[in-house]
Design a protein. Structure first.
Length: 132
């Protein structure tokens, strides 16, 4: 913003250049909101009584990091699983109940929308899965 104001002050005499500079600033220099990511989750087995899922996510366009959250069961609050640049994770889910994952991309200080999936219910403890 400081650079923009300095250039704007210096170029007040050339209105046409100022309009071109504003368009450049908005479209190329200032960070834009990333697209909604694509996310997949695949059951890969059990570790004791804990189901394991391979998670992967990607986004088209610019991003600087991802924010990944999870929800185990049918109520409660979302908890952070990962914040950073990784595009994959092995998630240790809750046994014999619903597991949800949501991911959003971040570009600088601007966040995109969350993409969300529900992972398949798996039973790693020998009890039958719930019937809905």
């Amino acid at each position: 913003v400081l650079v923009y104001n300095l250039i704007k002050t210096c170029l007040l005499i050339n209105t046409e250049f100022e309009i071109i500079f504003k368009k450049l600033w908005v479209s190329h220099i200032r960070p834009v909101a990333p697209e909604k990511p694509t996310i997949t989750g695949e059951y890969i087995g059990c570790s004791g009584s804990t189901p394991l899922y391979a998670l992967n996510w990607s986004v088209n366009g610019p991003y600087t990091s991802f924010h990944v959250k999870y929800l185990k069961g049918y109520s409660g609050s979302w908890k952070t699983l990962h914040q950073g640049t990784k595009t994959g994770y092995v998630y240790h889910g809750a046994n014999n109940t619903r597991n949800k994952i949501k991911v959003k991309a971040i570009n600088g200080s601007i966040s995109g929308q969350y993409a969300e999936i529900t992972l398949p219910i798996r039973n790693c403890a020998g009890a039958p899965p719930p019937v809905f």
